[in-house]
Design a protein around this ligand. Structure first.
Ligand code: UDP
Length: 238
């Protein structure tokens, strides 16, 4: 198979905004469905998949607090937004007969499972996609940090961060045509040069746990599967 991959267990991180398509807000079901198909094609290779989805398409804590809301309350609203996105993804995966579990850092038993590490590991071993929701469960964090935390706990080999561009650039490639893409870059370089891969706490946690971050474009159809097989363009932070 030309799509052989050496990866056995990975975490896919996407922002909430990746689910809103061309709309300015919320969920765009055909876009959610398309990403679910990307996940299925990798699941079909036998790879165990964790997912963390942001909430920025619905609510961001910083936005709320900028408008006068108390920060921690606003952050809890942001965490709840990620649960909605996770449920939408689960429903799209179900449509494709891919088994999954939504696992929340904040228990809400009627809606999804609470996070219990050994139970989540068991789901992965049974090839169920684990969608980790509600971030880390703590205010003042982001879903990038949640992704790094869960990837470490689940012993993932790498975090795959699906974005709108095919890697990490020295400046915004959508604004500057002469922007240069990094093939490889170190965690420290990302931190020193403020390259917008993930926030600093997420990068530092990945560095301390030797967890590579692979930044690729989720806009390319088949992109996730291709990248796992080492094809296409991407940046490896390590
Ligand atoms: N959030 C939080 N703690 C976490 C993860 C998320 O408080 O561990 C809140 C925070 O307010 C954040 C919002 O949830 O703004 C949505 O997450 P994020 O901004 O990471 O989403 P993305 O930008 O990836 O869509």
């Amino acid at each position: 198979d030309q799509h052989q991959t050496r990866f056995k267990r990975v975490l896919l991180k996407i922002s909430g905004e990746a689910l809103m398509g061309d709309q300015g807000f919320g969920l765009h079901p055909p876009t959610v469905q398309r990403i679910a198909e990307e996940v299925k094609s990798v699941r079909d290779l036998g790879v165990e998949i964790c997912m963390v989805i942001g909430g920025g398409n619905i609510f961001r804590g910083l936005q709320g607090s900028a408008q006068g809301m108390e920060r921690t309350t606003a952050d809890y609203m942001g965490m709840l937004a990620t649960v909605m996105n996770a449920l939408a993804m689960q429903s799209a995966l179900e449509e494709l007969d891919v088994h999954s579990r939504v696992i929340s850092a904040i228990p809400m038993d009627q809606v999804c499972e609470p996070y219990i590490r050994r139970r989540a590991v068991r789901h992965l071993e049974k090839k169920r996609v684990c969608i980790f929701a509600a971030g880390t469960g703590n205010p003042y964090f982001t879903t990038d940090t949640a992704a790094t935390l869960r990837a470490s706990e689940m012993a993932c080999e790498a975090i795959f961060k699906g974005t709108k561009v095919d890697g990490v650039y020295d400046k915004d490639p959508k604004k500057f045509p002469d922007a240069k893409r990094y093939g490889d870059v170190t965690y420290d370089e990302v931190l020193q040069k403020h390259l917008g891969v993930m926030d600093a706490s997420a990068i530092a946690l990945a560095r301390d746990n030797h967890l590579p971050i692979i930044v690729f474009s989720l806009d390319e159809p088949g992109g996730f599967r291709g990248i796992l097989a080492g094809k296409g363009t991407f940046t490896r932070v390590h």
